[in-house]
Write a protein that binds this ligand. Structure first.
Ligand code: KIV
Length: 259
C-alpha cells in the first residue's frame, strides 16, 4: 500500500479496507509501520492519552508540529495525518492555512480538522491552496463543551440528515477524506456509499472504508479509559507492569545487574 492519497482513492474504488492508528512518538510509529498499518494519525488525543487531560482543548499547534515531525521522520510507508488543534484554524481560512502549512512542513501528508458545514469555506480555501484535508464529523471532541460530553451523534433522523448533508458539502468543497466518529453504523455506511472520497470510522461500524483506533486502546495501555467501541488486543498495561515489577525485584535482590 503506497502512502499516497491516490492509493487511498484506489483502495476505496476496489473495496479494500484500510487501517489507521494514532502515533505520537518514534516507538509507536515504528511498531505500527512494522505491523503494516496503512496510516498514522498524530491526533490531538495526545492531550488526553499522553498528557492526561480531561479533553483535547489545551493541545497547541507547537505540540502537534513537534509530534508530527517525530512520526513523519520515523516512517516511510504509512500515510501521515496530523490534527489541527482547537483554536488553530477556526477564525478564518487564512489562519487555517498558516496552521496547515506548519503541519505539512513538519511532514504530514494530510491534515484533519473537526467541524461540519461551518468548515466548508475553509476546506475550499485550503484545497485550492494544495492542502489535502480530512474533515472530521460526528463526535468532534474539540466541541465537547458545546455538546456537553463525549456523546454519540446522529441519533435522531434530523441529526442524521444534517450529518449526511455536511458530509456531501465537505466532499464537494474538496475534502480528500472524511472521518466519522461515534455515529450510527447505517448512517456511516450510507455516507460512505454516497461519497467519492475515502471514509474513516471510529465507533461508526464496519461500513466505512478505513478504521482508526487510538493505539493505547488497541494495546490496552490505558485500561478503564478506552471508549466502549474500541477493541483491546493486548493486556499492555498488565504485561508492562509485570515486567517493571520483575526489574525492580531483581535490582532489589541484587540479581540485576550481574557482576
Ligand atoms: O485525536 C484523535 O486521536 C482522533 C481520533 C480519535 C479519530 O481524532
Amino acid at each position: 500500500m503506497s502512502r499516497s492519497l491516490a492509493a487511498w482513492d484506489k483502495a476505496k474504488r476496489e473495496g479494500r479496507k484500510l487501517t489507521m492508528v494514532t502515533a505520537y512518538d518514534v516507538t509507536a510509529a515504528r511498531l505500527a509501520e512494522a505491523a503494516g498499518i496503512d496510516a498514522l494519525l498524530i491526533g490531538d488525543s495526545l492531550g488526553m492519552v499522553v498528557g492526561g487531560e480531561a479533553d483535547t482543548l489545551r493541545v497547541t499547534l507547537d505540540q502537534m508540529e513537534y509530534h508530527t515531525g517525530i512520526v513523519a521522520r520515523t516512517v516511510t510507508k504509512p500515510l501521515v495525518m496530523a490534527d489541527l488543534p482547537f483554536g488553530s484554524f477556526e477564525e478564518s481560512p487564512a489562519q487555517a492555512f498558516a496552521a496547515c502549512a506548519r503541519l505539512l512542513k513538519a511532514g504530514a501528508q494530510i491534515v484533519k480538522l473537526e467541524g461540519g458545514a461551518t468548515m466548508v469555506e475553509t476546506i475550499a480555501f485550503l484545497s485550492r491552496r494544495a492542502v489535502p484535508v480530512c474533515a472530521h464529523i460526528g463526535l468532534t471532541p474539540q466541541h465537547v463543551r458545546q455538546i456537553g460530553g463525549f456523546k454519540r451523534q446522529g441519533k435522531t433522523p434530523e441529526a442524521a440528515a444534517q450529518l449526511l448533508e455536511d458530509a456531501l458539502a465537505l466532499a464537494d468543497a474538496g475534502a480528500r477524506m472524511l472521518l466519522m466518529e461515534a455515529i450510527p453504523s447505517e448512517l456511516a455506511a450510507e455516507i460512505t456509499a454516497k461519497l467519492p472520497i475515502p471514509t474513516i470510522g471510529i465507533g461508526a461500524g464496519p461500513g466505512t472504508n478505513a478504521q482508526v483506533l487510538v493505539l493505547h486502546d488497541v494495546l490496552g495501555l490505558n485500561p478503564g479509559n478506552a471508549p466502549s467501541f474500541a477493541k483491546t488486543y493486548l493486556d499492555g498495561a498488565g504485561l508492562i507492569t509485570k515486567a517493571l515489577a520483575e526489574y525492580a525485584r531483581e535490582v532489589r535482590e541484587g540479581v540485576f545487574p550481574a557482576k
